[in-house]
Design a binder for this molecule. Structure first.
Ligand code: PMT
Length: 205
């Protein structure tokens, strides 16, 4: 099958030297790409700025911003059988990024932010019959309730719910995997490589 997997953070420019980002290292998405490739699938990995090596025989496309990630995902989604959005995509970006470095001024600075595209929600709307769409939910509160809300609202087949403290930048993660039939699979504190393999086995069973 053809897999499209996203990984890592995005960077939203404030000016040529400053940006808004998050703590995603890309490890979870890269582990999923490696596991899918090892299981014999064709994999395109759309990656935000991270320092990880590309898994063997995986086609990697680097992007920086949420807008670039959206464009790369939409371009490659049409041919994908399975799409997994493990990237931590920014929900907001500076509304007016500066082209020159901003100078310090007396007093505070207000930064106006605007919404980025919710890529996963767009994919949920354009999903074809046989395509499997899998999202992640990173939460600090009400993990199951928030994850199940995202599963429904974004028209997903599966969602992997993880606590922010367990998932971001760590070598291992704890996940609860839900599907739209109400099945629930719990994976406790497992190295991301093994977790990725188990996740794929569960989803493709
Ligand atoms: O990269 P690591 O350090 O290994 O950490 C892994 C991880 C914690 C980043 C990963 O396991 C994870 O949870 N990824 C999703 C992080 C996130 O942005 O969650 P969210 O609940 O804000 O978003 C929900 C879903 O919508 C995600 O699938 C996300 O990719 C997607 N999304 C979010 C915003 C947006 N503008 N477009 C999107 O498609």
């Amino acid at each position: 099958m053809k897999f499209l997997i996203t990984a890592g953070p995005t960077r939203e420019k404030i000016d040529p030297v400053r940006f808004i980002t998050n703590y995603s290292s890309g490890k979870m998405g890269y582990a999923l790409a490696a596991a899918a490739q090892k299981a014999g699938h064709q994999v395109i990995l759309i990656s935000g700025p991270v320092v990880l090596p590309c898994p063997d025989d995986v086609e990697r496309i680097f992007v920086e911003s949420a807008a670039e990630m959206a464009a790369a995902v939409h371009k490659n989604a049409v041919n994908a059988d399975v799409i997994i959005m493990a990237a931590a995509v920014a929900d907001y970006r500076p509304a007016h990024p500066e082209t020159s470095k901003m100078k310090k001024m007396p007093g505070d600075l207000m930064l106006q932010l605007e919404r980025t595209e919710d890529i996963l929600a767009s994919l949920g709307k354009s999903k074809t019959g046989n395509q499997l769409l899998i999202g992640f939910a990173a939460e600090t509160d009400d993990l199951e309730k928030n994850a199940l809300g995202k599963l429904q609202r974004k028209n997903l087949d599966w969602i992997a719910a993880n606590w922010v403290k367990d998932g971001f930048g760590t070598a291992s993660n704890s996940l609860i995997l839900f599907n739209r039939n109400g099945d629930k699979f719990v994976f406790e504190n497992t190295e991301k490589e093994l977790l990725a393999k188990r996740m794929l086995e569960t989803i493709l069973k």
